[in-house]
Ligand binder design. Structure first.
Ligand SMILES: Nc1ncnc2c1ncn2[C@@H]1O[C@H](COP(=O)(O)OP(=O)(O)OP(=O)(O)O)[C@@H](O)[C@H]1O
Ligand SMILES: [Mg+2]
Length: 408
């Protein structure tokens, strides 16, 4: 018996988990040492960025693809390797990675860029143009190539417009020694439409599209992570395959698959099981879906919540789907009950369209013979989740108990 095995045995005893070996590797921000099925994307990005090693400006790149397809992981992986090589040979490169959603405001994005070229700016107060002029000074003083990596850049542009991108794309015209390249990442395929055509054409000098993963690709990604994350005896091929299949059926989202297997492990652990079973995966799937719907429902604005309560009340007495007119009547009643001013028909139709997009309700055109055509609206999320979520909201409880009288 080797020393290591005994050590491992003790460790396991101390940590107390018979399921997990190292949960950390299932975290969203963990970057594994290799990324299966992304070799082409890695090499393509590497080829675009390689001129940076000589300090030459490389093409701007725009990376897009659906959520969980490895955009952030691949980008960080390539940038890590690039900066290691650069530090070894040339030091003519400065990389500034910013997640725009995490940074939150345009000003924070700007101040992070400044900080990375050793320029500190006050917490608030400077105009964008002034910040940019200081940033340019910093980049010039560094005499390096500055790569601005803007992850989830759609969040920045949606809230603040494309001024930062515009200034970055133009910066090279005014720089004397330093240079700027931009790497933008987005999972919003319509994001491009928000950009000024000049900004767009400059940002997407090169484009890399990340496709959703297929089930067998997700299986490989999971297998690799699972080897470290779980004890060997605690996990089986069948469980990995099931997680891969469920995640692939949805959007080919690797993050979703990793969540699924982690939550399945937690379910197994809570039940005191020695190994993860397929039933634990099914339960994990339900739990994740429940949490997702819960989050969406509880973050809706007040009138969308009232509208959903109205729909819920209707569905207690009929599962035929409700017409917009009848739903509006119930909604109006509920508004009176809690002293809220009802919105117009028009606004309510708008809210319904949003709920439809979020996948919470489904509105089908139904033919009502001589009465013409109308929409029939149904809840698409389980009534139970809606009831649980809104029971926690004191304003809503009363509304859930209302019994509508309009059944024609
Ligand atoms: N090829 C891969 N090999 C190993 N792990 C991967 C691979 N692709 C994605 N992952 C893992 O899946 C998760 C999601 O990947 P990542 O964060 O890169 O997605 P993304 O495309 O940036 O999604 P979003 O658009 O939501 O930001 C991460 O934990 C990442 O480590
Ligand atoms: Mg990402």
């Amino acid at each position: 018996l080797s020393q290591d095995k005994l050590e491992a045995l003790f460790d396991r005893f101390m940590n107390g988990s018979s399921i997990f070996n190292d949960r950390e590797v299932l975290r969203h921000d963990f970057i594994p040492e290799n990324l299966p099925h992304r070799e082409n994307e890695i090499l393509k990005l590497g080829a675009i960025l390689a001129p940076a090693l000589r300090g030459a400006k490389c093409s701007n790149v725009f990376i897009y693809g659906k959520t969980g397809t490895g955009k952030t992981a691949v980008t960080k992986y390539v940038l890590n390797r690039l900066s290691k090589t650069s530090d070894r040979i040339s030091k003519c490169l400065r990389i500034c990675y910013i997640n725009c959603r995490v940074a939150g405001t345009e000003y924070r994005v700007l101040s992070k860029m400044c900080a990375s070229v050793n320029i500190s700016i006050p917490f608030t107060g400077l105009a964008t143009a002034e910040v940019f002029s200081r940033l340019r000074c910093g980049i010039d003083a560094s005499n390096q190539l500055f790569i601005a990596v803007l992850d989830e850049v759609d969040k920045l542009v949606k809230d603040y417009g494309d001024e930062v991108l515009y200034e970055l794309t133009r910066a090279n015209e005014e720089l004397k020694r330093g240079r700027v390249s931009i790497l933008g990442i987005s999972n919003d395929l319509y994001f491009k439409e928000l950009l000024d055509p000049r900004v767009l054409s400059s940002l997407s000098e090169e484009e890399i599209v990340f496709k959703p993963y297929a089930a067998d690709q997700i299986r490989d990604i999971l297998s690799q992570r699972v080897k470290v994350a779980f004890h060997k005896e605690a996990i089986s091929e069948a469980v990995i395959n099931l997680c891969a299949a469920l995640a692939a059926a949805e959007h080919g989202d690797a993050r979703r698959a990793l969540d699924l297997i982690r939550v399945a492990g937690e379910v197994a652990e809570r039940k005191g099981a020695k190994r993860v079973l397929e039933e634990h995966v099914r339960e994990a799937q339900k739990k994740i879906e429940y949490d997702r719907v819960y989050d969406v429902l509880s973050s809706l604005p007040l009138h969308s919540k009232i509208l959903l309560c109205a729909l819920y009340d209707y569905e207690k007495i009929s599962n035929q789907g409700v017409t917009t007119g009848d739903l509006y009547e119930i909604y109006h009643k509920l508004c009176n009950m809690i002293g809220a001013e009802a919105l117009t028909h028009r606004r309510v139709s708008g809210l319904l369209a949003e709920l439809d997009m979020l996948g919470i309700v489904n509105a089908n055109i139904a033919n009502l013979g001589r009465y013409g055509r109308t929409k029939k609206i149904r809840l698409t999320v389980p009534q139970k989740i809606l009831q649980n979520t809104y029971s926690e909201d004191p304003r809503m409880v009363e509304l859930l108990g209302y019994c509508p009288k309009i059944v024609k």
